[in-house]
Write a protein that binds this ligand. Structure first.
Ligand code: NAP
Ligand code: ZN
Length: 359
């Protein structure tokens, strides 16, 4: 389906979804209207949506500012159903993805640098944001059958990549790829990945594909064998009291994906002189002191997802290196159970919702 140039399609559609009505109630079936697509919009029929730990933080309002009812989901894979009249790049049937953003101002210095996630006027998050560059309504994410997205925020899924195992790359993939690239993961670089969850397991695969020496740093003994299978060269169990002492000053780069509050200072001690620890996990509060940074001129950084151009680069890189997420596919009716299991670290390693269960 295709509309004429400059034409507004008024085929507003009702979509089936799962939503949380407040921070303490379970997610439940919900339906709502997707906004009218404009000339630069792409309508996507969603096939799969990953469950990111950020969805749980948002649904339970752990960061504050959640607008209810919330339809989460920013690891979206599906097919183009229709494209606006001004859209050149996308055709019905294209395999596409949507990550954590659906729009930005397009004009500030960050957007011009292809880092829309740092848009100075604020990017529009895929869910829980007012669509200020569009119709102003509240965005709702991928736990739903359809989404309408500005054409510049649609990603091409390379031929041959299965949509279910690719969906998690739209957040977990880019969030780890971007800092690994920026901070020099590659041959000769000793990388530590902290936390073997959705982000962590993809990080190990990507860092290995970049040529780094990779150590999985985990508090779960049960994941030791998996870490090796995922490609890690080594495994460091943080529950062992000696772990931090014995591995002091070992890594050039540490990516911290832990979702719960923990002591950053201990992990900083694992860095070599001048090494960098990048915070990716977003717990609400965690202690930090200056000592471990000052003594070895260590650096502490943070990183938010990645820009659209870099997200496409990541997908192409993953296609070239055979990197896909390890997933457990569930129907939408099991989302609440999946949340509980994710919080218990009982998933190998990403839940992905089969959106057909909503049709
Ligand atoms: P996840 O699948 O739940 O994995 C988190 C991992 O953290 C767990 O598997 C566990 O690994 C470790 N962990 C959990 N509780 C811990 C504790 N109390 N002490 C030590 N380790 C603990 O979550 P995810 O989807 O990968 O997301 C991870 C974090 O990244 C979340 O906070 C999420 O919001 C954030 N995030 C940030 C961005 C960004 O742009 N910066 C993007 C997406 C997600 P082990 O069992 O191996 O220890
Ligand atoms: Zn995410």
């Amino acid at each position: 389906m295709r509309w004429g140039k400059g034409e507004l399609c008024t085929a507003m559609t009702t979509v089936n979804a799962y939503a949380a009505q407040n921070a303490t109630s379970p997610l439940a079936p919900f339906s709502f209207e997707r906004r009218d697509p404009g000339p630069h919009d792409v309508v996507i029929d969603i096939a799969y949506c990953g469950i990111c730990h950020s969805d749980v933080h948002a649904v339970r309002d752990e960061w504050g500012g959640t607008r209810f009812p919330i339809v989460p989901g920013h690891e979206i894979a599906g097919h183009v159903a229709a494209a606006g009249g001004a859209v050149q790049r996308w055709r019905a049937g294209d395999a596409v993805g949507v990550g954590c953003m659906v729009n930005s101002c397009h004009t500030c210095s960050a957007c011009k640098d292809h880092e829309e996630q740092y848009c100075e006027r604020g990017m529009t998050a895929t869910y829980n944001a007012y669509d200020k560059y569009g119709d102003g309504t509240l965005t709702r994410g991928g736990y739903s059958t359809r989404i309408v997205v500005h054409e510049d925020f649609v990603l091409r899924i390379p031929a041959g990549m299965p949509l279910d195992r690719t969906a998690p790359l739209l957040c977990a993939g880019i969030t780890t790829y971007s800092p690994l690239r920026r901070f020099g993961a590659g041959a000769g670089c000793a990388v530590g990945i902290v936390g073997l969850g959705g982000l962590g397991h993809v990080a190990v695969k990507i860092a290995k594909a970049m040529g780094a020496h990779v150590t999985m740093i985990s508090h779960s003994e049960a994941k030791r064998a998996d870490a090796r299978q995922l490609g890690a060269d080594d495994f460091l169990l943080t529950r062992e009291a000696s772990a931090f002492k014995e591995n002091a000053k070992r890594f050039h780069l540490v990516l911290d994906t832990i979702s719960a509050a923990h002591d950053y200072n201990a992990y900083l001690g694992l860095l070599r002189r001048g090494g960098t620890m990048v915070l990716i996990g977003l717990p609400d509060a965690a202690p930090l002191s200056a000592g471990p940074l000052i003594h070895q001129r260590r650096q502490l950084a943070g990183s938010l997802i990645g820009g659209i151009r870099e997200t496409q680069e990541m997908l192409d890189f993953c296609a070239a290196h055979g990197v896909l997420a390890d997933i457990e596919t569930i129907p939408a009716q099991r989302i609440n159970e999946a949340y509980d299991r994710m919080l218990r670290s009982d998933v190998r390693y990403r839940f992905v919702i089969d959106i057909n269960s909503l049709r």
